[in-house]
Write a protein that binds this ligand. Structure first.
Ligand SMILES: [Zn+2]
Length: 253
């Protein structure tokens, strides 16, 4: 694991190359500040734009539209963005493959590591899970919004996943756009869902997770009453993902 001290800070390239039309932004806001660092054995890009409590996350490396959406949106909105620096959905942790959205509990991480690395020995797995347990508090302290702040994770999906996948395990469902079931919001906070339920976008509420602990971040947040939203859109739909992010920031300040 590279020490956090190896992180480097730089003015984001996008800010540096900002078009004249964006000059007014510079007068009202500091440049978004970008750095690379290692947390819980995973390489991250951290972008800070002012001190607002909004936190954006792109966790799956193969979800390129979500990365673009997060990088564009954090330039226009105060808050912080965290991006897993990877080209693939899975990251390598101690030489083993792991879905980073399964690392938020020991139980979920163990199931995922065993599934993705069937030949790994018990000793190796146990050491890796112990390490994750030791790193998790610092990871969550860095990534999570301050109390009451909103956490927004951008995801992209393929044809096998949609609001219909989540509806049966959700407490409430709002489906005003049935023609685009792969584009939807997944909330852990009922007050936030109430606002979305009066809005134009597909949404589900999962504030009482049942079944097995899968180690996902939405489950971690639901169990702790943290305000969290998954912004799911089909791969490639950048305009729709930005539209949803902008709507969230306006509707859920
Ligand atoms: Zn994803």
């Amino acid at each position: 694991m590279a020490p956090a001290s190896s992180s480097n800070r730089e003015i984001s390239r996008r800010s540096f190359l900002a078009a004249p039309a964006l000059l007014w932004l510079r007068q009202t806001r500091a440049f978004a500040e970008r750095r690379r660092l290692d947390l819980a054995g995973i390489p991250w890009i951290h972008i800070r734009n002012g001190g607002a409590p909004l936190r954006l996350l792109r966790i799956h490396g193969n979800e390129e539209t979500a990365r673009e959406a997060v990088e564009l949106f954090i330039e226009e909105t105060a808050g912080e963005a965290w991006i897993v620096e990877s080209q693939t959905r899975h990251v390598l942790l101690g030489g083993l493959r792991l879905d980073p959205n399964r690392m938020f509990s020991r139980e979920g991480a163990e199931k995922n590591l065993r599934m993705l690395n069937p030949d790994a020995g018990d000793g190796v797995l146990r050491a890796l899970l112990d390490q994750l347990d030791r790193d998790r508090d610092a990871l969550m302290k860095a990534l999570a919004p301050p109390p009451g702040g909103l956490w927004v994770a951008a995801h992209n999906n393929g044809p096998g996943y949609s609001i219909d996948t989540e509806a049966p395990i959700s407490q409430r469902v709002h489906r005003p756009q049935p023609e685009t079931p792969r584009d939807f919001l997944l909330f852990t906070d009922e007050g936030d869902f109430d606002k979305a339920a009066r809005g134009p976008y597909n949404a589900v509420l999962q504030n009482r997770p049942g079944g097995e602990d899968d180690g996902s971040l939405s489950r971690w947040c639901a169990a702790r009453g943290v305000r969290y939203v998954n912004v799911e859109v089909a791969h490639g739909k950048l305009d729709k993902q930005l539209e949803l992010l902008r709507w969230l920031a306006a509707a859920l300040p």
